[in-house]
Design a protein around this ligand. Structure first.
Ligand code: BES
Ligand code: MN
Ligand code: ZN
Length: 510
């Protein structure tokens, strides 16, 4: 779907439909819609049909102009729910539903007026960004592996942005931002929903190579032999049980002049299938474990958005990618591993493999890059789902400001993060008789213990947070902008953090 500006007086607007928003139980329409009704939509203003529309979230209605009406023959209203419960999510989802309605009824050139955002508790560029993000992301469905029904209705050709005045800079930028992050979220969703025999570590590496090619990123793909010779004994232990070649993907965006800045580092868990290994999982819903590379997918998605939007910051992504499989060569409970940091790990459960691959990526980031900050993102623990459910991710770390920044940015982007504590006494659960630490404790505080394990690999001076997205990477509920399946959770927050990060040479938090 193309996005195209049309600057003209209202009377000269042409589109196959025009989209407006409405609040539930509102006494009168939003200001911009009311003006449109006065100027051009007189045919609808007196109609009872308008009053029948409830404007509940996810609800849309199509109103047809009488025949002979010039210019715009349909008005589509999308419900936002009650005004006092408005969040930017509502707008994003309403836009998604409106565009899906367009697809359903074959509207090729829908439009939206900038005036449609008047009266919303959001600045108009931000409202446009949400609308376009929801429109584009909500239309996308992964269909690469379907050979039937491929003739399903096509998406609208062009989404028209209708305005009487030339848009200002923030408004123009909002379009690029929305397109960039929608492409990023779509990439992350497609990778995550892809089965493990498609989205292999090699496939993720190829995806990274293509991103590098398109956006002049640097990329380095370390194979298992190099990881072993570099001393990444923890990553290698997980990878050694898999026939599928494992890789550590290192991708870097360093536009001219930023090459020597301390980078922001994103680390994503890339377990392309988590069987549990020798500590084999139960068969129930095991297919869902193809999603265990959602963290890596979100980092690649963030790089897609970063590349498209042309960010002026140095950002590095490190993605330890492998399957976790049972095999004659697989690592075993009781094994002691020597990690890249030099610390030794006693494996209690081979199913706690995420932290085992991440610890080498963290230590590698610290050693190689002296990062300005590290954010790791991972489907790390079932315990996180027990604690926070499916709509909230956990944030844990060694720096309160960075934790606060994640929470605030996430809230603005429609991704909810909630903090869990990381007091040092949680490490007691990991004390080992034979090594520096065990990889699991007992069942209590599972998400926190995962975090305290990772904390051992990051010096306190480096701001670090761990995002546990085990609950949020996947949804069984269609929200509009995010249909059922993989969510791409984290892409928008990572992208926005990178965008807001201070330029050149400064290492303090924004
Ligand atoms: N990949 C899983 C966590 C997970 C569970 C992600 C459900 C998404 C949905 C992780 O590797 C795992 O198996 N964690 C174990 C940790 C335990 C052995 C300490 C878990 O949560 O049971
Ligand atoms: Mn596991
Ligand atoms: Zn896992």
């Amino acid at each position: 779907m193309l996005i195209e500006w049309k600057i003209a007086p209202v009377k000269d607007w042409h589109a196959d439909a025009i989209i407006f928003f409405a609040f539930e139980k509102a006494d009168e329409p939003l200001a911009g819609f009311r003006r449109y009704l006065e100027e051009k939509g007189g045919w609808l203003s007196g109609s009872g049909a308008l009053k029948d529309f409830q404007a509940k979230p996810n609800e849309t209605a199509v109103f047809y102009a009488p025949s002979g009406e010039e210019g715009i023959p349909r008005i589509i209203l999308a419900g936002l729910g009650p005004a006092d419960r408005f969040e930017s999510d509502k707008l994003k989802n309403a836009a998604a539903h409106a565009l899906r309605k367009c697809r359903e009824i074959n509207v090729a050139r829908p439009g939206i007026a900038m005036a449609a955002f008047e009266g919303l508790p959001l600045e108009s560029p931000a409202a446009l960004r949400e609308t376009l993000f929801g429109a584009v992301a909500g239309l996308h469905k992964f269909s690469e592996l379907k050979t039937r029904n491929s003739e399903a209705e096509p998406a609208p050709e062009t989404f028209l942005l209708l305005s009487e005045a030339e848009p200002d800079r923030p408004t123009i930028d909002a379009v690029l931002l929305a397109e960039s992050e929608a492409a990023g979220v779509i990439l992350a969703r497609d990778l995550t929903v892809s089965p493990a025999n498609r989205a292999t570590p090699a496939f993720l590496a190829e995806t990274a190579r293509q991103l590098a090619e398109r956006f002049s990123f640097k990329v380095e793909i370390l194979d298992l032999d190099s990881a072993i010779s570099m001393g990444m004994g923890a990553f290698a232990a997980v990878a050694q049980g898999s026939r599928e070649p494992a890789y550590i993907i290192v991708i870097e965006h360093a536009p001219p002049g930023t090459e020597n800045d301390p980078p922001l580092v994103f680390i994503g868990k890339g377990i392309t299938f988590d069987s549990g290994g020798i500590s084999l999982k139960l068969p129930d819903k095991l297919d869902a474990m193809k999603q265990d590379m959602a963290g890596a997918a979100s980092v690649l998605g963030a790089f897609e958005a970063i590349g498209r939007s042309g960010l002026k910051r140095r950002v590095v992504g490190i993605l330890p990618c492998t399957e976790n499989m049972p095999d004659g060569r697989a690592y075993k409970p009781g094994d002691v591993l020597k990690s890249f940091s030099g610390q030794t790990i006693e494996v209690i459960s081979t199913d706690a493999e995420g932290r085992v691959v991440l610890c080498d990526a963290l230590a590698f980031a610290v050693k190689k890059y002296s990062p300005a900050a590290i954010i790791d993102i991972a489907t790390l623990t079932g315990a996180c789902i027990i604690a926070l459910g499916n709509q909230v991710a956990a944030v844990l770390g060694n720096n309160e400001e960075l934790i606060g920044l994640i929470r605030q940015t996430g809230a603005d982007m429609g991704e909810k993060f909630w903090p869990l504590p990381l007091w040092d006494f949680y490490f007691d659960a990991l004390k080992s008789e034979v090594a520096d630490m065990k990889n699991v404790g007992d069942r209590s505080a599972g998400a926190i213990v995962g975090g305290i394990f990772l904390k051992q690999f990051v010096p306190n001076e480096i701001a670090w947070v761990h995002l546990d997205i085990a609950g949020t990477a996947w949804t069984d509920k269609d929200s509009g902008a995010i249909p059922r399946g993989a969510t791409g959770f984290g892409v928008r927050t990572l992208f926005e953090i990178a965008r807001g990060w201070p330029e050149s040479g400064r290492t303090e938090l924004p």
